[in-house]
Structure formats: C-alpha cells, structure tokens
Design a protein around this ligand. Structure first.
Ligand SMILES: O=C(O)CCC(=O)C(=O)O
Ligand SMILES: [Fe+2]
Length: 381
C-alpha cells in the first residue's frame, strides 16, 4: 500500500477553506507523518484513561435462532437481555453475513482511504452535513480532533433503491468507482437484513412479540460509516473516536483484528476484544427510548495505537424518519417497567438535534427530550 507523501503531491493544490476560515486537512497520510502530535489532536486526560480490563460482553451464536430452534433462541435472547440491561454491547457469530463480503468491504475501505487527498475530497462532507468524506480539519480554534478519517453514506432498501449506494459512489467519485459502490451496496443489504433479525431477537429478549419493533425500520434509511485510523506516535494523547453514545437505534460494527473499541461500563473504560468473524452490536439512544430505558445506550470510544492502522465499518440502523418513537403496546411499562421515561419524538427531530451537538454523550437523549418538552409536539403516523 502506498501512503507516502508523494501520493499527496500528485494532487493539484486543494482549496480547504470553509468560507473565510483557513486551516489544514489531516488525512491518514499526513497524520501518520506527525512525529509530535499537533495540539488540536490532544484530548483532555479525563477522556483518555487507558482501559485495562476486557468488557464482559457475550459472544452470541445466532445459528440456532436462524434455524428456528426455540431453545437456542431463548438462550441467545437471555444473553442479549443481560448485556443490554448492563451496557448495551454484545457480539454475534454465525450471523449469516458471508466472510468474503465482510472482508471485501474492509478491503475497499483500504482502497478508498489510500486515494490521494484530492480524490477523497471529491466526496467531501459539506459543513453540517452527514454524508461524505471527512478528515480532521485543524485551524487555530479546533480542539479534540479525532485521529481518523471517515466516509459516510446512506442506504435504503426500498424498491427503486437497489443502486442507491452504487449511484452515490459513481456520482461523487466517477464511473471507475462503480465496483467499490457495488461492494458497499451488497454489504449494506446484508447488514440491513441482519439488523432486522437482531431487532426480532431484541423483541424476544424483552418478552414481547418478535415482530413488535419491525414496523419502525421498514423503509428506513440507515447510515454506513467507514472509519480509518492510522498509527499514531503518541497514542496515549489522542483518540480515534471520542467518547460518545450512538443516537441511532442499533449499530452493527465490523472491526478488524487490531482492536481499539472501548466501552465505559462499571465506572471504567473496558476494551472489546476482536473476535474472528464476529460483529459487534450495540444499543443506541433511540432503541433505549423504544425499550423505555431498559436497554442501555453506553458511552464508547476508539483508541489508536503506535504501530498499526485500524479499520472499522459501522452500520447505523435508524427508524423511518417520521415514525414516532414510543415504546410499543401492550404498554410502555411492560417493556421498560415504570412510567414513560421519554416523550414521543421522531428520528428526524432527534437527528437534527444531534447534528447541532459537537459531542453526543450520555446526556444527549435527556437534553433532547427536555428541549422537546419545551417546544412543539409530534404528530403520530
Ligand atoms: O471504530 C470503532 O470501533 C467505533 C466507531 C464508532 O463508535 C462510531 O463510528 O460510532
Ligand atoms: Fe459509535
């Protein structure tokens, strides 16, 4: 792989100004050349104590569930319920996603981030936007920048959207990126299928009908994010992804074998050990609301290391934008126990709110619902 500075030099000069603000874009090629860490990438020490213990998260075998075996489904549901009540993280194996497809998506991620900066910038995320390529943009006001670059795009499985990801790649980057788009299109299709199965398993684990939550996710748009973390000379000063909670319903993460994902649980940061062919699943704020707070959306982060690059592919499962997020019948109390913890809201409202926040943390859903209660009401669909 050629990540040498020459690949950057092949680019014509890149205009990186945001209106009047200047600054420097650090893609992985320039990040890996930093021998001293630029100030903008140094995180407060309170955010970066090292994780010394592994997260106690089950590795759930889904084969029995997929084969309709009642006993192993109940066993899997029990493990899932226990993990989700404590911290919201578990891993799945025998999940039905082909190893080849998963590896292919990681390989294309290498391919994309290896491109010269000027090519990656053709897919650049617009300020305030959700989709596209993003690398740390440092100016004199920036701070706590992540040691990574990302590429995000949307996925919808509705009829007529069979090429939605392919078309995105072709339109942003050119015809020659059709194959890259196809690999991600297939990966997203597999992830969406798996997510619907996991949502059924979550319903079983909560003791309600397995189809209870499905309607929230029909014809919804998911978000796919490829994360690329270059090595870092002083990894103890930086973070690849800062502490946050995922505002979405569910995240399915493929991490490579390097490791770096950490979860704040039991008052300490704990690492999630990569398991061969496993996918990491975590509860996001929106599913926490759907379960009336019974299942937890937990603070997590990704650390980087001195010697090895790391890739992770996060598939964020979102409800349909206009669906009202309300714990479903028979009654919210049955699912979460106790009175309603969150008012009705739509994913569209919550997404807009989170985009205005630099950092999504444990308090985001709370501050969003407080803001909601003091503003307009929601129309049910
Ligand atoms: O890279 C990882 O392990 C975590 C990434 C993550 O949490 C995210 O993209 O939301
Ligand atoms: Fe996350």
């Amino acid at each position: 792989m050629d990540l040498s500075p020459t690949s950057v030099l092949l680019c014509p000069p890149v205009d990186i100004s945001h209106g009047s603000a200047g600054g420097v874009i650090f893609d992985s090629s320039s990040l890996r050349q930093q021998t001293t860490i630029p100030k903008a990438f140094i995180w407060p020490s309170s955010d970066r104590p090292a994780a010394t213990e592994e997260l106690d998260a089950p590795v759930v075998d889904l084969s029995g569930f997929f084969h309709g075996d009642e006993e192993s489904t109940l066993r899997a549901a029990k493990l899932v319920a226990n993990a989700c009540e404590r911290h919201g993280f578990f891993q799945v194996v025998n999940h039905g996603v082909s190893e080849l497809l998963a590896r292919d998506a990681l390989d294309w991620t290498d391919e994309f981030f290896r491109l010269p900066l000027c090519d990656k910038l053709r897919a650049r995320r617009k300020p305030g936007g959700v989709w596209g390529y993003s690398a740390a943009h440092a100016d004199r006001f920036s701070s706590e920048l992540p040691w990574k670059e990302t590429l995000s795009f949307g996925y919808r499985e509705a009829a007529g959207s069979e090429r939605v990801v392919i078309d995105y790649f072709v339109s942003m980057l050119g015809e020659e990126f059709e194959r890259m788009g196809l690999a991600y299109q297939m990966y997203c299709e597999a992830m969406k299928g798996l997510s619907l199965a996991i949502i059924e398993l979550l319903a079983i684990s909560l003791g309600v009908d397995r189809m209870t939550y499905r309607e929230f996710f029909d014809d919804s748009r998911s978000i796919m994010r490829c994360n690329y973390y270059p090595p870092c000379q002083e990894p103890e000063l930086t973070l690849g992804t800062g502490p946050h909670c995922d505002p979405t319903a569910l995240t399915i993460l493929q991490q490579d074998h390097v490791g770096g994902l950490e979860v704040f649980s039991g008052r300490a940061w704990r690492y999630v050990r990569p398991v061969h062919n496993a996918l990491v699943v975590n509860i996001g704020d929106t599913f926490m609301a759907l379960s009336n707070g019974r299942y937890k959306s937990c603070l997590h982060r990704a650390v980087v290391n001195r010697h090895r690059e790391r890739r992770s592919l996060a598939f964020f499962v979102c409800p349909r934008e206009d669906k009202v997020i309300r714990p479903p019948p028979p009654s919210p109390e049955d699912v979460g126990g106790g009175p309603r913890l969150y008012p009705d809201f739509t994913w569209a409202q919550f997404m807009e709110f989170t985009q205005r926040h630099y950092r999504a943390d444990m308090r985001t859903l709370r501050s969003f619902t407080k803001w909601l209660e003091s503003s307009s009401s929601v129309t049910a669909t």
